[in-house]
Design a binder for this molecule. Structure first.
Ligand SMILES: Cc1cc2nc3c(=O)[nH]c(=O)nc-3n(C[C@H](O)[C@H](O)[C@H](O)COP(=O)(O)OP(=O)(O)OC[C@H]3O[C@@H](n4cnc5c(N)ncnc54)[C@H](O)[C@@H]3O)c2cc1C
Length: 322
């Protein structure tokens, strides 16, 4: 297959809305790529999501307009992408969001293309045209750099909210609509309807203020206190992994490596030790305040302000003066 010096990003289209992680990936690739940044968009014939994508300044958008494929399943989209690559050539890199869809399509396509894939990257940069892919490894205790020197495309999934998004005008933006991309219908699965997952009133991924609680703040009374403080601060409530064992919280509330990556202006950590799996999800928080009874708690190394003491008392006192 012909190699092409382009870096591709798969645009996640969730029921006719572009998932914001796509904008973050475009921004990151604009910052690090010397080759053209190309977005691959699958959309319905009547849709015009190119307009939304173009605000982030990619060099090119390749649109596959196909009503059936736009509501297709992961196998069908994989097949269409493999056929697109066969038609256009093999890009240098191909980046997917590490979302439910991205995590399903990327490995299927990787197997089809017989190339390499690094999942859940937290950072990316180029050395020449080699993509250096940073991801946590060995029980998530160290960051390692992975490269795919011999195969193309270099495939990656990158986590939402690890990179910021910035609008950019690209006067040279090219939009190409590709027709006649063949794809095989998946007879094993029939999708009757699609709905977006119900979102909580305040999604921690988008929240400007977050109050996060850990095992040092997990009684019903502690949680009540944290909820009350969060309300006062107009904040969302997030938790560490152990608290998702309680019925009250799910992975949607969990911050960290296997949960959500957050980027609030203010984060208050109540009774959280600061395990690397947690702190990897908060590195984009602007101001971090942590409260812990242990003066040597790791979380203090990731904090702008800290208080050694009881988290519940701190939360109560802070709420009282707000
Ligand atoms: C593959 C893998 C993925 C993981 N993914 C995640 C993830 O996405 N997110 C995540 O959070 N974890 C994740 N974990 C778990 C992670 O390793 C830690 O176990 C977890 O983050 C610890 O949560 P914690 O800080 O609430 O609890 P602990 O480590 O038990 O810390 C509790 C802290 O509270 C303090 N404390 C106790 N009482 C009080 C009090 N009254 N006031 C103030 N402080 C008090 C203690 O000093 C202690 O520092 C993962 C682990 C693995 C192996």
């Amino acid at each position: 297959m012909t190699a092409i010096e382009e870096n591709w990003i798969f645009a996640e289209n969730d029921l006719d809305e572009i998932n914001p992680v796509t904008f973050q990936l475009i921004t990151k690739m604009n910052q690090i790529s010397h080759d053209p940044v190309v977005v691959i968009l699958i959309e319905k014939n009547a849709a015009n999501l190119e307009k939304v994508l173009s605000a982030y300044g990619p060099d090119k958008i390749i649109t596959i307009k196909d009503d059936a494929l736009a509501t297709g399943d992961d196998l069908e989209i994989t097949d269409a992408l493999a056929n697109l690559i066969e038609k256009k050539g093999t890009p240098n890199t191909l980046i997917f969001p590490a979302t439910v869809a991205g995590r399903s399509i990327a490995p299927r396509l990787q197997a089809r293309l017989q190339t390499g894939l690094t999942a859940d990257c937290l950072d990316l940069h180029f050395e020449g045209n080699l993509l250096i892919q940073t991801k946590p490894s060995y029980g998530d205790n160290i960051m390692c750099e992975i490269t795919i020197p011999e195969c193309r495309p270099q495939m990656v999934t990158a986590r939402p909210n690890v990179f910021s998004s910035e609008k950019k005008i690209n006067p040279n933006l090219e939009i190409e609509t590709v027709s006649n991309i063949q794809w095989k219908k998946d007879d094993q699965l029939q999708i009757k309807s699609r709905v977006l997952l119900a979102q909580k009133a305040k999604d921690i991924k988008q929240a400007k203020h977050v109050v996060a609680i850990g095992r040092g703040s997990k009684t019903a009374k502690d949680i009540e206190g944290a909820v009350s403080l969060a309300k006062k601060l107009n904040a969302s409530l997030g938790v560490t992994r152990p608290l998702t064992d309680l019925d009250t919280f799910t992975i949607a509330d969990q911050i960290g490596q296997s949960g959500q990556t957050i980027a609030p202006d203010l984060l208050i950590n109540l009774g959280i030790s600061g395990a690397v799996q947690y702190t990897s999800g908060i590195s984009n928080a602007k101001i971090v305040v942590s409260i812990n009874t242990d003066k040597n708690a790791q979380i203090f190394k990731h904090s702008d302000y800290f208080f050694v003491g009881n988290a519940q008392e701190f939360a109560k006192s802070l709420e009282a003066i707000l």
